[in-house]
Design a protein around this ligand. Structure first.
Ligand code: AP5
Ligand code: MG
Ligand code: ZN
Length: 215
């Protein structure tokens, strides 16, 4: 299945995508993760992206579109993928439609994970991620058994550079003005679905699967 995950920063796109991968073995394409890898590698692309990410702004479309186009052409994407954090504005959504049309493919669904704005700040300031396996934790809601250590692989956890309060505020504004309109965009195409993203992660996952008609 070719799926777009929509939702504000901290809504749980990455968390739900990881569960979908485990269960259905579908690749997750997170433009945020790809950009953070480029920043860590100090590539030219990463150097350009970093200043935008640190401010909480969107990285220019040209950079992101090149990355996605290359990634969805890989063999592991032939039977589907989960786009997490892409598209992020109408221009990206239209460009994605164009790329898919060229490949004679179409999206199956865009799923919006809905969480009230007032919950998001705590989810983001509390997020910690395993530097080795990528497992996500939250010091307020789902803390690891041992402080700062991954339950799954024992590696150290880190906090994302953009999970500081000022940057989060900016990311939430950018979401409202540029990304939220995509709900209407995909509703117009008849493929938009939504789930309540509050409550227990496993229960949300069950609703995600049901909403997408997966078993
Ligand atoms: P990106 O990495 O995409 O960040 P984001 O959209 O801000 O989303 P997050 O990853 O912060 O949230 P999430 O929904 O994945 O939540 P998560 O599952 O981690 O983008 C970062 C930056 O890169 C952008 O600002 C931009 O600069 C750039 N960028 C990326 N894509 C781009 C694009 N297409 N175009 C241009 N620029 C782009 O969960 C968050 C926390 O909540 C975790 O701690 C988790 O454990 C916890 N949590 C999850 N579910 C629950 C629950 N049910 N209850 C309680 N806590 C929960
Ligand atoms: Mg994410
Ligand atoms: Zn780990």
């Amino acid at each position: 299945m070719r799926l777009v995950l929509l939702g504000a920063p901290g809504a749980g796109k990455g968390t739900q995508a990881k569960l979908l991968i485990e269960k259905y073995n579908t690749p997750q394409i997170s433009t945020g993760d790809l950009l953070r890898a480029a920043v860590a590698a100090e590539s030219d692309l990463g150097k350009e992206a970093k200043s935008y990410m640190d401010r909480g702004d969107l990285v220019p479309d040209r950079v992101v579109l090149g990355m996605v186009k290359e990634r969805i052409a890989h063999d592991d994407c032939l039977s589907g993928y989960i786009l997490d954090g892409f598209p992020r504005n109408t221009a990206q959504a239209e460009a994605l439609d164009g790329m898919l049309a060229e490949m004679d493919m179409a999206l199956d669904a865009a799923l919006s994970v809905d969480v009230p704005m007032e919950d998001l700040m705590k989810r983001l300031t509390g997020r910690r991620t395993c530097q080795k396996c990528g497992q996500m934790y939250n010091i307020y809601f789902s803390a690891p058994a041992e402080e700062n250590k991954c339950d799954k692989c024992g590696s150290e956890l880190y906090q994302r550079d953009d999970d500081r309060e000022e940057t989060i505020t900016k990311r939430l504004e950018v979401y409202e003005s540029q990304t939220a309109p995509l709900i209407e965009y995909y509703t117009g195409k008849g493929i938009c679905r939504s789930v309540d993203g509050t409550g227990a992660i496993d229960e949300i996952f069950a609703t995600v699967c049901e909403t997408l008609g997966l078993d």
